[in-house]
Design a protein around this ligand. Sequence first.
Ligand code: PL4
Length: 400
Amino acid sequence: MVQRNPCIANIKAGYLFPEIGKRRREFAAAHPGAKIISLGIGNTTEPIPSHIDGGLVAGAKDLAAMENYSGYGDEQGLTALREKIAAVLYRGMVAADEVFISDGAKCDIGRLQLLFGAGTKAAVQDPSYPVYVDGSVLIGAGGAWEESGYKGIIYLPCTAENNYFPDLSLLPENGLVYFCSPNNPTGAVADRGQLAALVEAARRKGSVIIYDAAYSEYIRDPTLPKSIYEIEGATLCAIEVNSFSKPAGFTGVRLGWSVVPKALKYASGESINADWNRICTTIFNGASNIAQAGGLAALDEEGLKEIQALTDFYLGNAKLIRSALQKLNISCVGGDNSPYIWAHFPGRDSWEVFSEILEKCQVVTTPGVGFGPAGQSFIRFSAFGHRADVEEACERLSHW
Ligand code: PL4
């Protein structure tokens, strides 16, 4: 029989989020009638606002009209959407043909790994969104699981001691650096000086930054950068991924994009943009035309106002959760410019605290250790939820 890909054997048994879902279902089965509230997986709950939804509806209606029907589109996405992202979100810092439309940031993070292959060293913020590490291990850039993390993956601890910004001397030479800001799970946002230092270090070491800006629309502090390309020199060393999931409620619709600058080259001098184009046209058949119509509406003036209101709503939830935790004297960060609150339970095991909150408050959270070794003793609270549920969860937490 055919052999199993040994990289799959290296992966820890369960991916974090399905494991949380499993534990929630087990708890529900053991406690029939319990009203469980989820502050766990970062899944949007509020309806897509009307102007943006109108774009989706119009996109769907077009498919029923002879004169407007469209089938396969360009794998790189609609030219109009690529142009609008470059103009509205990047204000011309990148060109339309450097923007590649996709079915979401997670899918892009997985596919981007094909550009660099198995032998490439990968560094991640610790803690970080698990896809960076698991995706790297799947492609062979990391090895077997050990207590301290996957062998061969370079973990860059981001803790209260370093203000959640890593020691850049740990960056690999000629490797990849996954960097997420606003950060999932810590909620930390890198400032301009920190990102300039990151870009400088990556260029000096010949490494490429894969910059995940999925929560950029949650940034409220105008001094904080929303894109790595606000930093000089970033087009020479960074790829950015982003998504309509968290700003516009497109988690189920599926629409994202990656920016691969033409100035970005391999050691050989060959173009990474050209290779990404080749990969996208080969193993991806383009994002849904309905979703792209919604994306175009989201970037209209009215759509942008709706994004502001929707993200304001979730940030309002974040404020409630943070204040409930602070009343319990639990030390926490995040929630100001991000939808996540990162709470510390010194000396305790994350999964144990997760179980205790589930048992006593019937609130689902995410154990920090699921995001990496430095997440041990932390819990991530997600601000995605209906307001009444978040208020009820905060009330329950107050009696915990
Ligand atoms: C649960 C930093 C959530 N099943 O929707 P996408 O693919 O455009 O974006 C996914 C994504 C990309 N980058 C970052 C993210 O945090 C996310 C979504 N993360 C979370 O709770 O951490 C949803 C997780 C989902 C998953 O595995 O992604």
